[in-house]
Write a protein that binds this ligand. Structure first.
Ligand SMILES: [Zn+2]
Length: 385
């Protein structure tokens, strides 16, 4: 890490260096969250000035630049028009120390800016996940309130979460709809549909049909020039043959999960569920639990040998940001190992980077490596009996 300061005594510089990473990551998370809130308010036509948190984050980023003695052109600006220019620039190009290291992901082609074409990016959503209140959106607060109704029933919790991931769109005309929801307690059924889903907005209908994302299953908006877009550009980047794979639904009684649920529960849930399905039937495993203890981790694996592993599946655009927000895992007699599993499409450099910086008691693997490791561990026990 390289700091160039003009003046200032050594002590101030040292405490700044000690806190620099935390201050930057925390204020960037707040900034990203504020941009998302503003974007939502703008789209819903109820934007009323800047969120208070944004003013706080702006002040913090600006004063970090001042404390470092950066050139005035290199200090985070205070006016909105100048800030927008910064937001559209990848973070690794921001002239703050270490940003070139923290925010440069070689094998990742997704945008590394918080705004692209005046729209929030997947990267922006990813950095908003950090900070003190990651589940901040109204849509996800409702999910938490439903979770609190379950009286600590971990099985119900897991079922509801799974239901949302597998049903980002509900067709009220479909005979399977009632069957899908019938096993849930009645008060939960009602809250689920009323709070976590919404009617598909009219402008998503094209000649009576709604296009559905081939990756996450949410609604696609069709632009005037015929382009199809999901909530962020991640789905398009990860789906080859995007246009041909889009499914069309005809019903006018369609509900979709709210945007916050798609972002913070459905999208990450795709990989969590996929990993669960790939390992649950592997030999040598006694049990695989999805979202154990009301979401303490994403998966818990209990091997026939009695060994227990816990796993958190994390798909963050940036490994430094992810590491900054990980709670340390302390090994204990019940759970021998903890893993952070990242999707293999993030690339090998991503995994190596995270592995080298993460000193919090986890083993870091991509999903393919993890499945192989589970097979190996399971086979080991099988061969002993
Ligand atoms: Zn999608």
């Amino acid at each position: 890490m390289r700091f160039e300061t003009k003046g200032g005594d050594l002590l101030t510089v040292k405490s700044l260096i000690d806190n620099y990473e935390k201050r930057c990551f925390d204020s960037l998370s707040i900034l990203a969250r504020s941009i998302i809130d503003m974007d939502k308010a703008f789209k819903e036509e109820n934007l009323e000035g800047f969120p208070k948190l944004m003013i706080k984050a702006t002040g913090e980023l600006h004063s970090i630049g001042l404390e470092l003695g950066l050139d005035s052109k290199d200090i985070y600006p205070l006016t909105l028009d100048e800030q927008i220019v910064w937001w559209e620039k990848p973070l690794h190009l921001w002239p703050y120390p270490s940003f070139d290291e923290w925010f440069f992901v070689e094998e990742d082609e997704l945008e590394q800016a918080v705004l692209y074409d005046y729209d929030v990016t997947e990267f922006c959503i990813s950095i908003a996940q950090g900070g003190h209140d990651p589940i901040h959106e109204q849509d996800t607060k409702e999910f938490i309130s439903i979770r609190n109704l379950l009286n600590n029933d971990s099985h119900d919790y897991s079922n509801i979460r799974k239901f949302l991931i597998e049903n980002p769109i509900l067709n009220l005309d479909s005979p399977t709809y009632m069957r899908k929801i019938a096993h849930m307690p009645p008060n939960i059924q009602e809250k689920l549909v009323n709070y976590l889903y919404e009617a598909v907005p009219k402008h998503y209908y094209n000649e009576g049909q709604v296009y559905v994302c081939p990756r996450c299953g949410w609604t696609l908006s069709i632009t005037d020039d015929g382009d199809a877009n999901c909530d962020t550009n991640k789905c398009k980047k990860l789906s080859s043959g995007w246009y041909f794979k889009s499914i069309k639904l005809n019903s006018h009684k369609l509900l979709r999960v709210r945007r916050g649920i798609r972002r913070y529960i459905v999208d990450p849930g795709l990989l969590e569920l996929n990993l669960f399905k790939r390992i649950e039937k592997l030999p040598g495993l006694k049990d695989v639990i999805l979202y154990p203890n009301n979401d303490e981790y994403d998966l818990e694996l209990i091997f026939e040998s009695g060994t227990s592993w816990v796993v958190d599946v994390k798909d963050w655009v940036n490994p430094y940001m992810l590491n900054h927000n990980l709670k340390p895992f302390s090994t204990n007699v019940i759970r021998e190992k903890a893993f952070i599993v990242v999707p293999s499409f993030r690339g090998s450099t991503y995994v190596k980077t995270l592995r080298s910086i993460c000193k919090k008691g986890y083993e870091v693997l991509d999903d393919k490596q993890f499945v192989k490791l589970v097979q190996k561990e399971g086979a080991q026990f099988e061969s002993q009996i």
